[in-house]
Design a protein around this ligand. Structure first.
Ligand SMILES: [Zn+2]
Length: 483
């Protein structure tokens, strides 16, 4: 018997340089402190404490979720494991602050992570399993209990509204330095719909005064709990027109370039990153905002979307400051100057190629060049963070589709439409009208208004798609690359 005591790291650390350096400093402090302590063993993959259940700290910080042990009268007397937990937690707190979540079952406090994830993380850095692995029954119990701890779920239940599935994927919680945010409570595979939410209010872009007046009127018509949800949202622009400040800080556009913005109780809590792991989209058919995972998200990772995708580091910082009132310190923006510069160069290339592809004259007179620009753009996107650039893929492939179909090439057009469709499903889901549109073009490219519009020089039947080619040869055919 006995009770579990320990601390969790929430959100978990990223692989970014800032987190890596902090974790390195933390491990140094731990090593220094326990020099000569025979119970503390520094291995190639982890630092292990030979006390209690032998809690350990991985050398790679992004793998770390929990440091804990079962405490019994006997283990305390024999090994002093509780002392180790308290000391290591104090050292971790000085570097990671509120990201360190202490818990003690004795006081009905439970960790953030389910044991199944903790055990998997430990397995990834420890060769030997901890001797006392909690049974599955315990795991379920822990999770249920964890959800009822007000300290770990400080947000009123309204913010986790939606389907049960939504509630299980993330938790809304305070994030050090970023107000509130959404943290994954399970591993979320790429393409998963994390959230689907109806706006509390939609507002047309206008002067602060008229936005404020409009929202005040709208709020009066909402039920009390909805009003509270609106009023609980952060405002980076306090002042005379407070409601306009809330809208400016939180609104998500209802469609690309739309002057209408939606305010949502949960989606508006998702923080920005220049290399996001999720994508937000306004679904015109269902009148909902959807959030989809654009890469696999690990349990404990914060969920991010991008408020500003385009531009260099400097441009993004400026736009985020002016439009949303904060300075970005995401994983990319915390990189050293040379890495930021490299990303800036790639993003400038992306913009240049994007403009080139969009030129209708080139598309008409030299489609080969336009298609090559699409291919070049794809190569650059491959070098940027996959989760961050996948939202650009549907359009890139759609451009390649248009170039092909306008010159009568149904075979390639249907392949490009298929790729556009697949990336759109990841970012927006099957029920998005844009996904459905491109799906029908994939089935019949001749439905597009520009079919054969520029020439028939590339004429091919849809069935002319070559079979039995390896991926490399197929790509050469697809992009019309000379051998
Ligand atoms: Zn950033």
């Amino acid at each position: 018997m006995g009770t579990d005591v320990g601390f969790d790291m929430v959100p978990r650390l990223s692989q970014g340089i800032e987190d890596r350096m902090k974790w390195g400093r933390f491990l140094e402090v731990v090593k220094q402190y326990y020099v000569g302590d025979g119970q503390v063993e520094v291995g190639p993959r982890a630092i292990r404490f030979k006390a209690g259940e032998w809690p350990s700290l991985p050398i790679e910080g992004q793998k770390f979720l929990r440091f804990s042990s079962k405490i019994t009268g006997r283990t305390v007397a024999e090994t002093g494991v509780e002392k180790y937990i308290q000391e290591v937690m104090a050292m971790a707190k000085t570097l990671f602050g509120d990201q360190i979540r202490p818990w003690n079952e004795l006081y009905d406090e439970f960790g953030f992570y389910r044991w199944i994830f903790v055990n998997a993380s430990i397995k990834s850095y420890e060769l030997v399993r901890t001797p006392l692995e909690p049974p599955c029954r315990m795991d379920c119990l822990m999770f249920l209990k964890a959800v009822s701890i007000p300290e770990l779920i400080p947000i009123s239940s309204v913010t986790t509204q939606g389907t049960d599935r939504d509630t299980n994927l993330y938790e809304v919680m305070p994030i050090p330095g970023r107000g509130r945010g959404l943290v994954a409570t399970v591993d979320i595979p790429k393409g998963t719909r994390i959230l689907c939410e109806k706006p509390l209010i939609t507002v047309k872009n206008s002067t602060p005064q008229s936005v404020h007046r409009f929202v005040a009127e709208k709020l009066k018509l909402l039920p009390k709990d909805k009003q509270r949800e609106f009023l609980s949202l952060h405002n980076n622009f306090p002042g005379q027109y407070a409601f306009a400040g809330v809208v400016r800080t939180n609104a998500l556009p209802c469609g690309p370039g739309s002057s209408i913005g939606g305010i949502y109780p949960t989606a508006c809590l998702i923080n920005h990153s220049c290399i996001p792991n999720a994508h937000n989209n306004w679904n015109e058919a269902t009148q909902h905002e959807t959030i989809h995972a654009t890469r696999d998200i690990l349990v404990g990772e914060e969920i991010f979307i991008s408020y500003v995708i385009e531009g260099s580091w400097q441009t993004r910082q400026q736009r985020l400051r002016n439009s949303f009132g904060f300075q970005c310190s995401c994983e990319l923006c915390s990189e050293p100057p040379h890495a930021i510069q490299a990303s800036d160069n790639r993003r400038a290339d992306i913009q240049r190629l994007d403009e080139m592809i969009g030129d209708p004259i080139a598309m008409m007179s030299s489609p080969q060049k336009s298609l090559a620009a699409c291919h070049d753009l794809l190569q650059i996107l491959d070098k940027e963070d996959a989760g961050a650039v996948i939202a650009l893929l549907p359009r890139l492939y759609y451009d390649a589709f248009q170039i092909s179909v306008a010159h009568g090439d149904q075979a390639r057009a249907s392949v490009f439409a298929e790729r556009s469709y697949m990336s759109r499903v990841v970012c927006e889901g099957e029920d998005s009208p844009a996904t459905q549109r491109v799906k029908s073009l994939m089935q019949d490219p001749t439905k597009h208004s520009t079919f054969n519009a520029y020439s028939t020089r590339w004429r091919s039947a849809k069935t002319a798609r070559p079979r039995n080619l390896d991926a490399g040869s197929f790509d050469k055919w697809l992009w019309r690359l000379s051998a």
